[in-house]
Design a protein around this ligand. Structure first.
Ligand code: AMP
Length: 468
C-alpha cells in the first residue's frame, strides 16, 4: 500500500495512533484519517482528475488522502496562485471539481466539501503502482507551468529510499511548515509520514519559535527557514534534541549550515531533487555531511555529468557538467506536452535535469545551479554562479547574495552580484578575486534591500536579470 500506515485492517486491529497528524489546530488519529478519507474517496470515486486548493489544513490532508484511497489523480493548486495560472492549471489538467478547501475563484467548477467528522469503513482495492497519483504543476524558464505526472510507484520508491538514507522510522515525529503544493512539504512531509507511520506536525508558518516548540525528531525546511532559525539562537538550541534537520529545494548557504551545526549540534542533511524526479540525491544520516554539497545518489538512482556535446565530464570535484539522472522515482511525462517530455530525455533515457553540478571521486555532488542562468560564460571561462555566491557569503558583510551573468559586449557575459548586507562593492569584488580567481570576480556588485524569492525561498534570477 502506498499509504502503508493507513491500512484499514491493521488500524481496525489496533494499529491506531492518536496524534498521527497535527495541522492547523486539528489532530487526526490514524482511524480518523482512514474513516474520513475513505468517506472522501466515496464522493470522488470514478472522477478523472480533481483540483485541491492546497492550504495547510486538515481538510487538505483528507482531500489528498481520499484521492489516493480512491485512485483519483489530484492536482494540488497553490494557495496563493494568480488568476492566469489558476485558469491554466484547471484547463490543462481537465480537473472536474474542487475538493476540500473552498476556492475563492472556482472558475465554474463545482466544489466538493470535505467533512472532518464523516466516516466510511468501505475497503478500496489498492490502485496499481503505475497509476498516476497526482499532477504537480511546475514552472519552467519559459511558457506556462507544465503538469508533472507523478505515479504512485515513484512516490513509494522515493519515500523508501529516503527512509533508508535518513534512518526514518515510525518512531520519528516529522515537523515542517512548508506548503502542501510542492514535493517537499506534500510528498516527503505528509505522504512520507503516512507511508512510514510516524507522527506528522505542520507548524503553520515555518517560524523559528514554532519549529522550536514542536518537539520533533525530524525537521524539514527550505534554506530561508534554516537561515531564520540560525539567526534565532534560542530556537536553534531547542532543536538540539532533534535527530535530523533536513534542508532542500534551494542551495543551503555554507554559513547557515555551519551556524546550525554549531547551535544545534546537528550538521544539516541536504537533499536535491525536482518535481520531475522527486528527491534523487542526499547526504545520509550515517554519512558525511559536507557544507555546500548535496550528497550521494539515493538507492536505485544513477547520475552522470556531460558537456554540451553529451560527452562525459570527469568526476574530479571541480569540472562543471550538466547533471543527468535515471531513477525509479522518475515522472511519467508532462501532461498534454509530449514535445516538452521528449525534450528532457536523451536517446538513452537519461533525464536532463537542467542543473549544472560537479561530482567528486567519492560520488559526492555539488549543485552549481540552473544551466540556463547559473552557468556563466565570461571571457572564455565557465563560472558557476553558486561558487561566486558561496565565496561572497564567506564575507562578514554579506547576508544574502545572488549572482547572475549579464550580456556583455566584451566578455560575452559579465558577472553581476546582488548583495543584501553592509559592505563596500569594491571590497567584495577584490574579495572574490582573492578567494577564487580573478576571472571569477563580479564586475559589478549591487547592494539591495532584499532578493526576489518564490514561496520555496528560491531566488527568482529571471527577475534579477530584469533589475540588471
Ligand atoms: P522544483 O521542481 O520546483 O522542486 O525545483 C527543482 C530545482 O530546485 C532543481 O532543479 C534545482 O535547481 C533546485 N534545487 C532543489 N534542491 C536543491 C538543493 N539542495 N541545492 C540546490 N538546488 C536545489
Amino acid at each position: 500500500m502506498l499509504l502503508a500506515s493507513l491500512n484499514p485492517a491493521a488500524v481496525a486491529a489496533g494499529a491506531d495512533l492518536a496524534d498521527a497528524v497535527r495541522i492547523d489546530g486539528v489532530t487526526l488519529s490514524r482511524s480518523d484519517l482512514v474513516g474520513a478519507a475513505t468517506s472522501v474517496a466515496e464522493r470522488v470515486g470514478g472522477a478523472h482528475r480533481i483540483a485541491v486548493l492546497a492550504k495547510p489544513t486538515a481538510t487538505t490532508v483528507l482531500a489528498v488522502t481520499g484521492c489516493l484511497i480512491a485512485g483519483v489523480p489530484f492536482v494540488p493548486v497553490p494557495a496563493d496562485v494568480g488568476a492566469a495560472e489558476r485558469r491554466h492549471i484547471l484547463t490543462d489538467s481537465g480537473a472536474q471539481a474542487w475538493l476540500g478547501e473552498q476556492p475563492e475563484h472556482p472558475e465554474g467548477l463545482p466544489h466538493i466539501p470535505v467533512r472532518l467528522h464523516a466516516r466510511s469503513w468501505h475497503r478500496y482495492p489498492e490502485p496499481a503502482p503505475e497509476a498516476i497519483a497526482m499532477v504537480m504543476y511546475t514552472s519552467g524558464t519559459t511558457g506556462p507551468p507544465k503538469g508533472v505526472l507523478v505515479s504512485r510507484r515513484a512516490i513509494a520508491a522515493d519515500i523508501d529510499a529516503l527512509a533508508e538514507a535518513w534512518q526514518w522510522t515510525p518512531e520519528d515525529t516529522l515537523v515542517h511548515g512548508l506548503p502542501l503544493f510542492h514535493i517537499h512539504g506534500l510528498v516527503l512531509g505528509l505522504l512520507g509520514s503516512l507511508r512510514i507511520g510516524n507522527r506528522f506536525i505542520h507548524t503553520g508558518k515555518p517560524k523559528p519559535a514554532a519549529y522550536a516548540e514542536a518537539g520533533g525528531s525530524l525537521y524539514f525546511g527550505v534554506p530561508t527557514v534554516w537561515s531564520r532559525i540560525a539567526d534565532d539562537e534560542a530556537a536553534a538550541r531547542a532543536l538540539s534534541s532533534a535527530r535530523l534537520l533536513v534542508s532542500g529545494s534551494a542551495p543551503l548557504p555554507v554559513p547557515v549550515f555551519e551556524r546550525l551545526a554549531e547551535l544545534t549540534g546537528h550538521p544539516p542533511i541536504e537533499r536535491y531533487g525536482a518535481s520531475e524526479t522527486l528527491i534523487t540525491i542526499s547526504t545520509r544520516a550515517d554519512g558525511e555531511r559536507r557544507p555546500g554539497w548535496v550528497g550521494l545518489p539515493l538507492r536505485g538512482v544513477q547520475t552522470r555529468l556531460v558537456d554540451e556535446h553529451g560527452a562525459p565530464v570527469p568526476h574530479d570535484g571541480e569540472t562543471i557538467g550538466r547533471l543527468q539522472i535515471k531513477s525509479p522515482t522518475m515522472f511519467d511525462g508532462y501532461l498534454n506536452r509530449p514535445d516538452a517530455t521528449a525534450e528532457v530525455f536523451d536517446a538513452e533515457g537519461w533525464y536532463r535535469s537542467g542543473d549544472v553540478a560537479v561530482i567528486d571521486g567519492d560520488g559526492m555532488h555539488r549543485i552549481v545551479g540552473r544551466e540556463s542562468v547559473d552557468l556563466i560564460k565570461t571571457g572564455g571561462f565557465r563560472v558557476g554562479a553558486g561558487e561566486v555566491e558561496a565565496a561572497l557569503l564567506g564575507h562578514p558583510g554579506v547576508d544574502e547574495v545572488a549572482v547572475i551573468g549579464q550580456p556583455d559586449n566584451d566578455l560575452g557575459q559579465r558577472i553581476v552580484a546582488f548583495v543584501v548586507g553592509n559592505a563596500d562593492p569594491g571590497e567584495l569584488i577584490n574579495y572574490v578575486a582573492e578567494q577564487l580567481s580573478v576571472h571569477k570576480r563580479p564586475r559589478e556588485v549591487r547592494i539591495v534591500d532584499s532578493l526576489p524569492r518564490n514561496a520555496m525561498g528560491k531566488v527568482l534570477k529571471k527577475e534579477l536579470a530584469n533589475w540588471a
